[in-house]
Ligand binder design. Structure first.
Ligand code: 6R9
Length: 648
C-alpha cells in the first residue's frame, strides 16, 4: 500500500476519500506545489468536490448502522457528571447548536473561537461549526487573557464560546472572567466580538454557593448557553447544513513558531478529513462500532482535534473526553477509565507517562486493562526508559506502541508504526505513513542524506493533511516552511536520525521552539512577555532537559540599571514578577523555571544572541563552549556563569 500511495498518489487518496461522503470526487482534481521557485506554494486536494466533516462524523455513521453505538463518552472531573452520547444523540445536540449559531448570525466562513474546558459543549460546538461551514478556532483554556485576545483578534472572531468556569482536580478556574479581560483587550485594540456564549458549568460551588452568581455577565453581548439553546431543541425545524468545497477552511488552530506571534494554521475540509480518517483507521486499527479511543490530549491542541474528536468519529468509533487531571483522585484514574469504558486504544504524551511513572506500578496494576489493544504516544521524543515502562507496565509486555511523530501543520500522523505490521524499536517513530516521503537534509548545505545519518527532517511530497496556509500571512507560510531549503521541501523544524535499518528516531527541535510538557512554546513569545515588565530591558530564554516536563525554561534578563535593584530582596521580587508576567501574557505552562538576572547577554558582533552558549550555561555544562570567536565580548560568559550560580 505504501508503494502505491507514492506512485499513484492522487488516485490512492481519492479512493480513501471515497470511503467518506464527497460529491464530485475526481482524482485529477488535486493540484499541489511545494517548490516556491515554481510559483506560489499551494496544496489543493479534491478541489471542486463537496463535503461536510460533521456530516461524515454523524449522519454518515448513522447511515452505516452506528446510530445507537456510543460516540462520545464524557468522563467528568467528578463521578456524578459523567455522560455518554450515541451517534444519534450527539447529532441532536449538534443540530440544536447549529440552529442556535445560525439564529445568532454565524454564517459559512465566520470564525468562532472556543475557550472551553474538556466538557461535551466543546466537541458539540466544534461539530456544529463544521456542520454550518463556520471556522472554529479552539484556544486551549490554559492560555491567558492576552493570548486569547491575540488569537480572537487575529482571526476576527464573530463569536466566542466559553464556560462560567472549569475545574481541574480540586481547582476552579474562572474562565468567563478571563474571557471578559480578553474582550477588554480586544476592544482597546479596536476589535469587538458580537457575542459571547457562556456554558453554565453547573456543579461548581464555592463555599456551598453555586458560583454562577459571581459570573460577570454583560447582557448586551453575553448569552447563557443553557437558556438560549434550549428553544432550538424542540422547534421541530430541520437543522441547516452546508456542504463545502474540499479546499474550504475547516478550522484555524494557533501554534507557536520560532519567531513572531503565534501562527494560525489553516486546515482544509476535504484533505484534513481524509488524512485524519486514514491515519486513525490504520495507525489505531479502528473498527466502526467496536473501538473506543481514549486520547488524553486537550481538544485545544491538534492531537485533540484529530484523534480526540474527528478521527474516531469519522471511523464510527467512540471517543473518551476526559475532563480532569491524570493524578486525581489518584494516579490510577486513567487506567480505571480504560476499564470503565472498555477502551481499546490509548493515546497520550511522554510527559504524562513520566509523571505517572513517578507513582510506580501500583496504580496501573490495580486495573485490568484487558480491553486495550494499542498504545500510542505523541508530542515529544520518548526516551527508551519511558517507552519500555509504557510497553511492559501499561502494556503488560504485549501491546504495540505507536510513537507517532507529527505536527499541528501536518494535520495527522506522519512518521509512525502500523501496529502489528511494523516491528518496533524502543523510542523510534519507525517509518513514514502512506503517501509520506520524508528526507533528512544536511543542515549545512541542504543536500539529502542517504542511508544512515542525522539531519533536518523535511517532507518532499504533499499529503492531504498538509495545512493550506498561515491565516492572513501567506508569505510567512512560504518563508517558514518552504524557503528554508531549496528544492521543494516542507521544513518541519525537527531533527531526526536514521539507523542502518532505516528506522527514524526524532531528536527534537532544531529551531527556537521549545517543548515543555508537550506544549510548543516559541523563545520569542516568552522573551516578549518578559520585556513587557517595566524593569526588563532585554531577555533571552533557552530550554534545558527536565526529568518530567521534557524541557523547562530558563530566562536570562537584563534589568534597567536606572532602577535600584542591587539588594537581594529586590532581585527576588523582580524574578517573581517576571515569572508572573509570563504567566499573565501567555499562560502558566510557559512560566520559566528560573530567571537569571545578568548584566549582558552573549551576542555576536552583529547583535545576535548566541543561545547555544546560554543553553550550555543553563545546563551546567560550562567546560567547553566550542567556537566562541563570533562573540562581541567573550567576557560576558564568565559573568553569566557567576550570575547563574548565584541564582540557583
Ligand atoms: C502533534 C503535535 C509538534 C512538535 C514537533 C516535535 C514534537 C510531536 C513527536 C514529537 C518526537 C514524537 N513531537 N510528536 N517529537 N516524537 N512522536 O504534538 O503537534 O503541538 O504542533 O507539536 O512536537 O518537535 O515538531 P504540535
Amino acid at each position: 500500500m505504501y508503494h502505491r500511495s507514492i506512485h499513484e498518489r492522487d488516485q490512492f487518496w481519492t479512493e480513501i476519500a471515497g470511503e467518506l461522503y464527497f460529491e464530485n470526487l475526481d482524482s485529477s482534481a488535486s493540484t499541489h506545489n511545494f517548490d516556491p521557485s515554481r510559483g506560489p506554494v499551494h496544496v489543493k486536494w479534491f478541489e471542486g468536490a463537496r463535503t461536510n466533516m460533521a456530516y461524515n462524523c454523524l449522519e454518515k455513521q448513522i447511515e452505516n448502522g452506528m446510530g445507537d453505538k456510543r460516540a462520545l463518552i464524557f468522563e467528568a472531573n467528578d463521578e456524578i457528571n459523567c455522560t455518554e452520547f450515541t451517534f444519534r444523540e450527539l447529532l441532536v445536540e449538534v443540530e440544536t447548536f447549529a440552529k442556535f449559531l445560525i439564529a445568532h448570525g454565524v454564517q459559512k466562513g465566520d470564525r468562532v473561537v472556543m475557550y472551553l474546558p474538556m466538557i461535551p459543549a466543546l466537541p458539540i460546538a466544534m461539530l456544529a461549526c463544521s456542520r454550518i461551514g463556520a471556522v472554529h478556532s479552539v484556544v486551549f483554556a490554559g492560555y491567558s487573557a492576552k493570548s486569547l485576545a491575540q488569537r480572537v483578534h487575529d482571526c476576527k472572531a464573530k463569536m466566542v464560546i466559553t464556560a462560567s468556569a472549569s475545574r481541574r482536580a480540586e481547582k476552579i478556574i474562572p474562565l468567563k472572567k478571563i474571557v471578559d479581560e480578553a474582550m477588554e483587550i480586544c476592544k482597546s485594540d479596536g476589535f469587538c466580538v458580537n457575542k459571547v456564549v457562556v456554558k453554565h458549568n453547573a456543579d461548581i460551588e464555592i463555599e456551598g454557593v453555586p458560583h454562577v452568581e459571581d459570573v460577570p455577565f454583560h447582557s448586551d453581548r453575553d448569552l447563557w448557553w443553557n437558556e438560549s439553546v434550549a428553544e432550538f431543541r424542540t422547534d421541530g425545524k430541520p437543522a441547516p447544513i452546508e456542504f463545502l468545497d474540499s479546499c474550504d477552511t475547516a478550522f484555524i488552530l494557533y501554534t507557536s513558531g520560532s519567531t513572531g506571534k503565534p501562527k494560525g494554521v489553516v486546515h482544509s475540509v476535504g484533505g484534513y478529513q481524509t488524512y485524519v480518517y486514514a491515519t486513525s483507521k490504520f495507525v489505531f486499527d479502528l473498527h466502526a462500532g467496536e473501538d473506543v479511543l481514549f486520547c488524553t490530549a486537550d481538544l485545544g491542541w491538534i492531537t485533540g482535534h484529530s484523534y480526540g474528536l474527528y478521527g474516531p468519529l469519522l471511523n464510527g468509533c467512540a471517543t473518551v473526553l476526559f475532563e480532569g487531571v491524570p493524578t486525581y483522585p489518584d494516579a490510577g484514574v486513567w487506567w480505571q477509565t480504560v476499564d470503565k469504558y472498555d477502551v481499546t486504544v490509548f493515546y497520550t504524551s511522554p510527559t504524562a507517562l513520566r509523571t505517572l511513572q513517578g507513582y510506580g506500578e501500583d496504580p496501573v496494576k490495580r486495573s485490568s486493562r484487558a480491553s486495550l489493544r494499542i498504545l500510542g504516544t505523541v508530542g515529544e521524543p520518548i526516551s527508551s526508559e519511558t517507552w519500555l515502562w509504557y510497553h511492559s507496565v501499561v502494556g503488560d509486555d504485549k501491546l504495540p506502541i505507536c510513537d507517532t511523530w507529527w505536527q499541528t501543520e501536518t494535520g495527522g500522523h506522519i512518521i509512525t508504526p502500523l501496529p502489528g505490521a511494523t516491528p518496533l524499536k524502543a523510542s523510534s517513530a519507525t517509518f513514514p505513513f502512506f503517501g509520506i516521503v520524508p528526507v533528512l537534509l544536511d543542515p549545512k548545505d541542504g543536500t539529502e542524506i542517504q542511508g544512515e545519518g542525522e539531519g533536518c527532517l523535511c517532507i518532499k511530497e504533499p499529503w492531504p493533511g498538509m495545512f493550506l496556509d498561515v491565516h492572513g500571512a501567506h508569505e510567512r507560510y512560504e518563508n517558514s516552511y518552504f524557503k528554508v531549503y531549496e528544492g521543494g521541501y516542507y521544513f518541519s523544524g525537527d531533527g531526526a536520525r536514521r539507523d542502518s535499518d532505516g528506522y527514524l528516531f526524532i531528536t527534537g527541535r532544531l529551531d527556537d521552539v521549545m517543548n515543555v510538557s508537550g506544549h510548543r512554546i516559541g523563545t520569542a513569545e516568552v522573551e516578549s512577555a518578559l520585556v513587557q515588565h517595566s524593569s526588563c530591558i532585554e531577555a533571552a530564554v533557552v530550554s534545558i532537559a527536565h526529568e518530567v516536563k521534557g524541557e523547562s525554561i530558563v530566562a536570562y534578563v537584563i534589568l534597567d540599571p536606572s532602577r535600584s535593584i542591587e539588594k537581594r530582596s529586590s532581585l527576588e521580587i523582580h524574578q517573581r514578577e517576571l515569572i508572573t508576567n509570563v504567566r499573565m501574557e501567555i499562560g502558566p505552562f510557559a512560566a520559566p523555571e528560573r530567571v537569571v538576572i545578568v548584566k549582558d547577554l552573549p551576542k555576536t558582533r552583529s547583535g545576535k544572541i548566541m543561545r547555544r552558549i546560554l543553553k550550555k550555561i543553563a545546563a551546567g555544562d560550562v567546560d567547553d563552549f566550542g567556537d566562541v570567536s563570533a562573540l562581541a565580548d567573550p567576557g560576558v560568559v564568565d559573568e553569566i556563569i557567576k550570575a547563574e550560580r548565584h541564582a540557583r
